[in-house]
Design a binder for this molecule. Structure first.
Ligand code: AMP
Length: 212
């Protein structure tokens, strides 16, 4: 199944995508993770993307569409994939429609208040991308990832100024995708307001929407 996860920044898409990609045995493809990896390795794409990512702005469509297309051509996507953070503009969605057929779009929703709390407390592992939160997903040793021993840090774009910008960008450029996929009849909205301890409720609703 070819699936897109939509939703505002930090609604939990990364967490849900990691869990569901294991359940359905399909790759989790996050353009945000791909950009962060490229920036870390100082590749040509990384150098182009850095200034946008650091400010919470969108990387230009031509660069983003190129890396997404290259990834989707790989063998492990033949039986489906779960896209997290792509597409984020109508132009990206149109480019995607030219290369694959999307079966389902899950639109995760939560109030802005809950999202701001999740963003400001979010910490991630620099090496494996595991997600933590200062209050309710705390690594056993402060600053050290339980899974791989990597450094747990706050992304620059999770800091208040960049968060504000990411919300503006989301509302203006990404929210129109809700209408785009609703018109195609493939979008389902999932309530993601549950606290993290009850993440299984979100996953159960998402599975229902995928298997209906
Ligand atoms: P994320 O981890 O999905 O929140 O993405 C982090 C950052 O990577 C975003 O704020 C953008 O700067 C960039 N990015 C990720 N995906 C895209 C996309 N589809 N289009 C443009 N920029 C993106």
């Amino acid at each position: 199944m070819n699936i897109i996860l939509l939703g505002p920044p930090s609604v939990g898409k990364g967490t849900y995508a990691k869990m569901m990609s294991k359940i359905y045995n399909i790759p989790h493809i996050s353009t945000g993770d791909m950009f962060r990896e490229a920036i870390k390795n100082k590749t040509e794409i990384g150098l182009k993307a850095k200034e946008y990512v650091d400010k919470g702005e969108l990387v230009p469509d031509d660069v983003t569409i190129r890396i997404a297309e290259e990834r989707l051509k790989q063998d492990d996507c033949k039986n489906g994939f779960m896209l997290d953070g792509f597409p984020r503009t109508i132009a990206q969605a149109e480019a995607l429609d030219k290369i694959v057929v999307i079966d389902r779009v899950l639109n995760f929703t939560a109030s802005e208040e809950i999202i701001i709390d999740r963003i400001s407390g979010r910490r991630v592992c620099k090496s494996c991308g595991a997600i933590y939160h200062i209050r309710n997903i705390i690594p056993k040793v402060k600053g050290v990832c339980d899974k791989c021993g990597g450094e747990v840090y706050q992304r620059d774009d999770d800091k208040p100024e960049a968060v504000k910008e990411r919300f503006i960008v989301y509302k203006k450029q990404t929210e129109p995708l809700i209408e785009y996929y609703t018109k195609k009849g493939i979008l389902r909205s999932i309530n993601a307001e549950w606290p993290i301890e009850q993440v299984d409720n979100v996953i159960a609703d998402a599975r229902k929407a995928l298997e209906e």
